[in-house]
Design a binder for this molecule. Structure first.
Ligand SMILES: Nc1nc2c(c(=O)[nH]1)N[C@H]1C(S)=C(S)[C@@H](COP(=O)(O)O)O[C@H]1N2
Ligand SMILES: [Mo]
Length: 431
């Protein structure tokens, strides 16, 4: 792999996108044949049940159409949903202005300094003033031996849908932290990006230093990220360099990174703590539908597709439940734990996660590009099912995940401000 910033590693985005879609389609057709949709066979190890009658081929065709419409597994950079603050948003600045304020690979540099209020003792701060700030070239040089690549879904704590699924690449933050020769009084790391030189616009996040220095629970490291899905990180995604915190919601992954501040402050001071957000919450496991019909004919099977986010607790199942509208439900079961949920099928992993070309060694993937296990923690998976037909009537359709510990969504952490995980519901009319 080359680390020359002048190189155009980026394949033509339109081409790569077309390739991704075609690849996804092929995999999903294979899936449809394999699973026999609606029969007892599924791709995950589940106890065999009595097979319901096999769905008609027209029903299978309807599901295939829904599968064909699914998004590619890896989201092209410019198709991520954008959650950027700033007036103007830093990625919208002119090329000239970007170069002036350090938002190009040629002009970017990172300051790593001690907090003036609660100083950590470090011997060698990296500062623009004395020409010691870390340049993009130096970061890439470190990347030659230290770079890491891992798949991660980017999700906003407050939005009920992942913003995009990517393979993120960069240098572990600890490698740069050690360059400052820290000695003592270092308890927390906070960091922020370019914010139009207006303190009011600063968007800051923070981590305990222990999380930066060591990766607990088999997590990938916190990285200074400069590539996404094999391409240079775009300005809209926070390039030249953003922080990426594998297990965290999006607000910890600061874009247009410019400053890392080492502090003896013992607690979080994240901008995102405003508006009542729980800033220490790792990613939850939850799901939603992508395709659901509003109306179906009685007796016809019902094609459904969706995505699921595998949070810190992993993902073992996606389930659906179609309940007659107006039917009362036990008041002591607000999360429908006792409902007659039916398992959907989780779509298999694509080789190299559907990347145009192999991205190189990636956390969670074997050398041949197969996932070590599926779904991978902290990523997204797609699901599909053909639900058996129903008598005419009005219904409520719900879907939920069961995490790797067997806990049904939205448990074990149902509170809204620690990350969206509410069970999605839809109206469905059977005529
Ligand atoms: N500098 C900066 N970094 C930021 C933000 C921001 O407004 N400014 N938004 C954060 C939030 S709330 C989220 S959810 C993610 C979204 O990442 P994306 O825009 O690449 O999808 O970026 C985070 N990093
Ligand atoms: Mo967010």
């Amino acid at each position: 792999m080359s680390f020359d910033p002048a190189e155009t590693a980026a394949p033509n985005p339109a081409q790569s996108e077309a390739f991704l879609r075609e690849h996804a389609r092929a995999t999903r057709r294979y899936f449809l044949q394999l699973s026999g949709m609606g029969a007892a066979a599924t791709l995950l190890s589940q106890p065999l049940r009595a097979a319901p009658p096999s769905p008609a081929s027209s029903d299978k065709a309807a599901l295939q159409r829904a599968l064909d419409e699914l998004e590619p597994y890896l989201t092209p950079q410019d198709e991520f949903q954008d959650v950027s603050r700033g007036k103007p948003k830093p990625h919208s600045l002119s090329d000239e202005k970007k170069a002036e304020v350090g938002l190009t690979r040629e002009t970017w540099s990172l300051e790593v300094v001690s907090d003036t209020d609660q100083p950590a003792r470090i011997k060698r701060p990296l500062r623009k003033a004395d020409n010691t700030a870390l340049t993009f070239q130096q970061l890439l040089e470190m990347g030659k031996t230290k770079a890491v690549r891992f798949p991660k879904v980017m999700t906003c704590l407050n939005i009920g849908c992942p913003l995009g699924m990517g393979v993120w690449e960069g240098v572990p933050l600890r490698e740069v932290l050690w360059l400052t020769e820290p000695v003592e009084n270092l308890r927390r790391v906070f960091y922020y990006g370019y914010h139009n030189d207006d303190p009011e616009q600063m968007f800051r996040s923070s981590l305990p230093v222990g999380r930066v220095l060591e990766d607990p629970f088999d997590l990938p490291p916190v990285i200074l990220c400069y590539k996404l899905n094999g391409e240079w990180l775009s300005a809209e995604r926070g390039g030249p360099v953003r922080m990426v915190v594998p297990e965290a919601y999006g607000f910890k992954s600061i874009k247009w990174l410019s400053h890392v501040v080492l502090t003896n402050l013992p607690h979080a001071n994240d901008t995102y703590a405003e508006k009542n957000n729980d800033v220490d919450s790792p990613l939850k496991t939850f799901c939603a539908t992508i395709y659901t019909p509003d109306k179906v004919k009685s007796g016809e099977s019902i094609p459904l597709t969706g995505w699921a986010q595998s949070g810190i607790a992993g993902l073992s199942k996606v389930q659906v439940w179609i309940q007659p509208r107006g039917e009362a439900w036990a008041e002591d079961d607000p999360y429908f734990l006792r409902a007659p949920w039916r398992d959907a099928d989780i779509l298999p992993a694509e080789p190299h996660l559907g990347a145009t070309e192999p991205l190189g060694p990636t956390v969670g993937l074997q050398d041949n590009g197969q996932a070590e296990q599926w779904p991978l923690r902290l990523t997204k998976a797609h699901w599909a099912t053909l639900h058996p037909g129903l008598p005419a009537g009005q219904y409520v359709l719900r879907c939920r995940t069961v995490d790797g510990k067997g806990v049904g969504q939205p448990l074990p952490r149902p509170f809204r401000k620690s990350g969206h995980a509410a069970i999605e519901q839809h109206r469905l009319v059977v005529e």
